[in-house]
Design a protein around this ligand. Structure first.
Ligand SMILES: Cc1cc2nc3c(=O)[nH]c(=O)nc-3n(C[C@H](O)[C@H](O)[C@H](O)COP(=O)(O)OP(=O)(O)OC[C@H]3O[C@@H](n4cnc5c(N)ncnc54)[C@H](O)[C@@H]3O)c2cc1C
Length: 808
């Protein structure tokens, strides 16, 4: 075996092979894949090979669609048999909520370009005459998907990669991985040691074991999954056409034709699911081509339901039973990207439908590795979307939940029970008493709104009982004051003699010159694309306090700490857990706060966009005069243990002034009215500050900052899409992000986020659209749950465009 490569990929299943192929396509042919057994000998060889296109998320949909366009051509490209069957698929909707969801996905299909139609039971029967459609409201018929031979497909990707110059070594286990002082990796294998710039963990069910070689972990649980193949069926033998792949929430299963037989796969729900190698989560190294003993009893309740749906399956015996392992993550998405805290150690694992996703995951991860960014928004796949809170119990609970809900719809507002309460602010119990309904973000439990009548949220896509409760919270914030616990913000102390120069280098905006100054900063990569956003408060000459979104905690810490140059006097400390954060906002907030602090809160002494370290009710607080809701107010950052004391003092003082609690739903409503953009929605790795209409946060007069030249170049070259802020005609629901923007039948863009602005009484959203449609007053339509709603581009925020209230 060679002793050096640019990239070493550990694992030769669908994910590893998909990456090797696409790295080679990107020009990184100096890549070596190492497999402990034969290629495909992990989960890949025994998969059922379905490749669905039905996905509600645009970025995941892009991954699936890419596979479904590559696989039909792969045999011709590589000469290796793939056995693509483009038979399409039908998924059943059993209720109105699922039908709403189909309508959303239909919009996604228009943007991505896969064919999808929503059809009724009669049409379903025409396409699949064998199905009993009792209780079925509609079907999502996706015409461009199908199934492949998983081993053939994986081998084709491997062959294609080899043909382009990449290298594969089989029957060679990776024993250890070490980082050398020069940052390169040393991969120790049974056949010798190889050094490389980048190492990739594509070890499937063994990914945790391989991660632990470098002291990290992977949030997966290996779930045991069955499918069965029947004896040949006369009904199939008599037909020339192949039956579509069926996906059925009623029986929590998929079923299709396999040659002239039936193939049925079951996702057991509730307590029936089981994981492999649960003790420590590790399978044995020597398990190859591992299949488990069949446990038909476990899947029988769902098999019976399949027989109700497809009575012809009951006419044949079972020829083959496959019972193998699949890695599942807590949120169903694969893990693609850098491992937190490690440079050039990449994850390419955690895919539970890795046959469908292998090629697309490989394509976009290869782009990220080679170019520093991908064409799609990778935030939802970045392994750093999980932090330490995702411990073994949490991961297990959530992964089980993912497996058992494979065909269940996750409704907006639905808070599933597994793995909850991983991170709580010290106010959790106090606010729960006051009616807080919680939802988790990066493990943090955050109040979404306060249910004053004790009712739970009636979950769904449309305005619900929470709508009125949030309207009241917003009105109180506008007319009096509100207090919100947003302790989940990621928080960093950046200190040292060179801290200012360091921040000026990695942030596009100018860093505040004077102590107390606050500015908004964006991390750009060398191509000018947006990697992060933070609020920078200068506490002293050599002390800065940075805040970013909860979900960015690990990623932003990596970005900051990995950009400290050799010899630079800069320390980056993650102080997220140390501080809680209360937002006090509204016209009465100064009066309220004045009663509990000696500090001078007047405009002369405490201006908008400044911060001070002050004492409030005996608690040392970093008070920042900023907020995301557009009212006079302060963020109060205090030691987590002191938060209840601070809250109690402010709450008591506020009672005479109409102070209310508010949650993140109200925050979203009010930030939409102020046209405040959010990281991972409006600002992503796909675009630059020019497309995001954020040029005013770039100080091109600075000597340099990372991404400056590329941003200027983009400005000069012009853009093919641009962010717009829009109002939509009234309806019973709002845009949430990911909806198609249409002019007639032509897709001209995609929404990124939205919500109802209660203070202004408008349904608002952001979208990326083609440059012809960015002028204020431009109109187009947005497909929200299948309804084309007229929308107009706005020139200014709909609430207090002059920021008079913030300055008040
Ligand atoms: C019964 C069943 C049906 C399925 N049906 C479908 C389906 O219809 N559609 C679909 O998309 N997906 C399906 N799947 C899921 C799919 O099989 C997996 O998502 C996919 O195979 C994962 O690919 P992978 O490359 O991540 O893992 P693997 O295929 O397991 O590859 C990982 C490889 O890493 C190697 N390895 C591990 N450790 C080391 C080491 N230290 N040194 C060297 N090599 C190492 C292993 O030997 C293994 O070959 C099914 C799974 C099962 C069990």
């Amino acid at each position: 075996m060679r002793d050096h490569a640019r990239v070493v990929i550990v694992g030769g299943g669908m994910m590893g092979a998909g990456l090797l192929y696409h790295l080679a396509e990107e020009g990184w042919t100096d890549s070596l894949l190492i497999e402990k057994g034969e290629l495909t000998s992990g989960s890949t060889w025994h998969a059922a090979g379905q490749c669905p296109s039905f996905t509600a998320d645009f970025n995941l949909g892009m991954i699936h669609h890419y596979g479904n366009t590559l696989y039909p051509t792969l045999e011709e490209k590589t000469g290796q048999y793939v056995s693509w069957h483009g038979c399409g698929g039908i998924r059943f909707a059993m209720n109105e909520a699922e039908l709403d969801w189909f309508k959303h996905v239909e919009g996604v299909s228009k943007m991505i370009g896969f064919r999808m139609q929503i059809i009724g039971p009669d049409e379903i029967k025409k396409i699949n005459p064998f199905a009993d459609t009792t209780g079925v409201l509609a079907g999502a018929w996706t015409l461009d998907d199908g199934h492949v031979d998983p081993a053939g497909c994986c081998n084709a990707l491997a062959k294609g990669a080899r043909d382009m110059g990449a290298d594969i070594v089989r029957n060679n286990r990776v024993l250890d991985i070490n980082q050398m002082p020069n940052g390169e990796w040393q991969v120790v294998t049974e056949q010798g040691t190889v050094t490389c710039e980048h190492v990739v963990n594509a070890a499937g069910c063994y990914a945790r074991k391989v991660a632990q070689m470098v002291g990290t972990d992977v949030p997966i649980t290996n779930m045991k999954h069955h499918y069965v193949v029947t004896d040949p069926l006369p009904a199939f033998q008599e037909r020339n056409e192949e039956m579509v792949v069926m996906r059925d929430p009623y029986s929590s299963s998929y079923y299709r034709q396999e040659q002239k037989a039936g193939l049925i796969g079951i996702y057991e729900t509730e307590d029936a699911a089981e994981a492999w190698a649960e003790t420590g989560g590790h399978p044995e190294w020597d398990s190859e081509n591992e299949l488990f003993t069949e446990e038909l009893d476990r899947i029988m309740p769902w098999m019976e339901k399949v027989m109700e749906r497809m009575p012809i399956f009951g006419e044949a015996g079972l020829k083959r039973i496959v019972h193998g392992a699949i890695p599942h993550t807590p949120d169903a998405n694969p893990l693609l990207g850098p491992a937190g805290g490690l440079k050039n150690y990449w994850m390419c694992n955690g895919s539970s439908i890795g046959i469908a996703q292998g090629a697309g995951c490989g394509k976009y991860l290869a782009q990220w590795m080679v170019h520093g960014e991908a064409e799609i928004n990778m935030a939802g796949f970045d392994p750093r979307r999980f932090g330490d809170y995702a411990d073994a119990d949490h991961v297990r609970a959530r992964s089980f939940e993912d497996y058992t809900h494979m065909y269940a719809l996750h409704l907006p507002g639905e808070e599933r029970p597994a793995g909850r309460g991983a991170r709580k602010s010290s106010l959790y119990d106090i606010l729960e008493e006051k009616g807080a309904l919680y939802h988790p973000v990066f493990g943090w439990e955050r109040p979404k709104y306060f249910s004053l009548d004790g009712a739970e949220e009636e979950i769904g896509f449309k305005h619900n009982n929470g709508f009125d409760a949030v309207a009241k919270e917003c009105a109180a914030v506008m007319n009096a004051a509100g207090i919100a616990d947003l302790s989940g913000f990621a928080k960093y102390d950046v200190t040292g003699k060179d801290a200012e120069a360091f921040l000026n280098r990695i942030v596009a905006n100018k860093i505040p010159k004077r102590a107390g100054g606050i500015g908004l900063g964006h991390f750009l990569n060398p191509h000018g694309r947006i990697e992060g956003e933070c609020t920078v408060t200068r506490l002293a000459d050599d002390r800065f306090y940075l805040l970013s979104g909860a979900a960015a905690e690990i990623r932003d810490f990596d970005w900051l700490s990995q950009h400290v140059a050799d010899g630079e006097d800069v320390t980056v400390a993650n102080v997220t857990d140390d501080y809680g954060n209360l937002v006090l906002a509204g016209p009465k907030s100064r009066e309220i706060l004045s009663t509990v602090t000696e500090a001078d809160l007047s405009n002369d002494s405490f201006k908008w966009l400044t911060g001070q370290e002050i004492e409030i009710a005996g608690v040392q607080v970093r008070a920042l005069r900023v907020n995301y809701v557009g009212e006079l107010g302060w963020e109060l950052h205090a030691p987590m243990a002191d938060l209840p004391k601070l809250y109690a003092a402010v709450w008591d003082a506020g009672q005479a002034h109409g102070l209310v609690n508010f949650g993140t739903y109200a925050v979203n409503s009010m930030r939409m009215e102020k046209a405040y953009k959010g990281y991972a929605a409006e600002m992503t790795n796909e675009i630059t500050m020019i497309e995001a209409d954020m040029e005013r946060f770039c100080r091109f007069d600075k000597d340099d900052f990372i991404g400056k030249a590329a941003t200027l170049q983009r400005k000069q070259d012009g853009v093919s899409q641009q962010l717009v802020y829009c109002e939509m005609e009234e309806g019973d629901c709002d845009a949430r992000g990911g909806e198609a923007v249409m002019v007639g039948d032509t897709n001209i863009g995609i929404t990124t986020s939205g919500g109802y602005g209660h203070r202004a009484g408008k349904s608002l959203f952001f979208a990326y659209v083609k440059p012809d449609y960015v002028e204020p007053g431009s109109t187009f339509e947005v497909l929200v749950l299948g309804v084309a709603r007229k929308a107009t581009v706005l020139a200014d925020p709909v609430f207090d465009a002059e920021n008079a209230r913030l300055r008040g």
